[in-house]
Design a protein around this ligand. Structure first.
Ligand SMILES: O=C[C@H](O)COP(=O)(O)O
Length: 313
């Protein structure tokens, strides 16, 4: 388990002069899918690893205790007994991610499994409620048993370059989390430039983020490879500057096994194999698991099952 990022005093000189070249990042991101053809056993092993690193998510207005319980049953045995036996693996997901009022249902349903419950908070997805309410929401979710908190940044502070105020908000959120791990969602689809994505990443890490996360899944543009590349380079720069390690969570719109492979290749190329584990890498997704199951079942049986056999919970 990596030691938690302790953050540092706000230091804009460590990132403000850095400009990100969008065409170059676009080209580097676009090259990832063709970089490595993973086949057969290798592909199966990487897909199983993606399941270990999955934040199995439901964040819908019509969520119910029943839906959360079904999701948690899936989290305990994401591949099902037959596929797990055929592959010879026993795997659970990285976490279950829900809204704050769903946390007690998830905590109860996951009892004894060791799977942490993650809660979104701070007025997810827009984050436009008063700061004291956003902090109270974090404390509520932690009191209910959430071990991880996914917060959203105030986009206006990033859009106007008010980095000191953004740092201050995130630092207060980190304090409100206590022992719970803090994931900071940048909502990169709302930020206007990759330079702003880089600066926001650095501010979040300086303020004590345990993870930086791309998207809520509710913006028009979700996780992309170029944006992720920029965030991973920020993680690398922060580590070089401070010696501290921060995790990464792409989220939003990730629905295919190919996505799961591409993001792992990106992680490996930018940060190295040791980062491909649940305490440093999560994939946030509400409907990715079905396609991973389908590909793994094809690996085992040599044929594709009908998609409805692997529908999300
Ligand atoms: O944090 C996770 C995201 O909300 C999931 O987004 P998604 O529903 O597009 O998979």
């Amino acid at each position: 388990m990596a030691e938690r990022n302790q953050g540092m005093a706000f230091e804009p000189s460590l990132f403000l002069s850095r400009e990100i070249n969008r065409p170059a990042a676009g080209r580097a991101g676009a090259a990832i899918p063709s970089r490595r053809a993973l086949k057969g056993l290798h592909q199966a092993a990487w897909l199983v690893n993606a399941v270990r690193c999955l934040d199995l998510t439901t964040l819908a207005g019509d969520d119910t205790a029943g839906r959360v319980q079904r999701l948690c049953a899936k989290a305990r045995d994401p591949l099902g007994p037959d596929l797990s036996e055929a592959l010879g693996v026993a795997v659970t997901v990285g976490a279950v991610c829900v809204f704050p009022t769903m946390v007690p249902h998830a905590v109860k349903a996951l009892e004894g499994s060791g799977i942490p419950v993650a809660s979104v908070a701070t007025g997810f997805p827009a984050g436009l409620t008063p700061l004291p309410l956003r902090l109270a929401e974090i404390r509520y979710a932690v009191d209910q048993g959430a071990a991880e908190i996914d917060i959203v940044i105030t986009r206006e502070l990033a859009l106007t370059g008010n980095w000191a105020a953004l740092y201050d908000e995130i630092a207060q959120m980190r304090a409100a989390c206590g022992a719970a791990h803090l994931k900071v969602i940048l909502a990169t689809g709302d930020l206007r430039s990759l330079t702003s994505v880089y600066h926001s990443s650095m501010v979040a890490m300086q303020a004590g983020a345990d993870f930086i996360k791309t998207s809520t899944g509710k913006e028009e543009a979700n996780a992309t490879l170029p944006v992720s590349l920029v965030m991973l380079r920020a993680i690398r720069d922060y580590q070089a500057q401070t010696g501290q390690i921060v995790g990464f969570k792409p989220a939003g719109g990730l629905r295919t096994a190919k996505d799961a492979l591409n993001w792992q290749v990106l992680m490996k190329e930018e940060l190295g194999l040791p980062w491909l584990r649940p305490d440093l890498f999560r994939i946030g997704a509400s409907s990715l698991l079905a396609d991973i199951e389908r590909q793994l079942s094809h690996y085992v049986t040599g044929r594709y099952a009908a998609f409805q056999h692997h529908q999300p919970a």
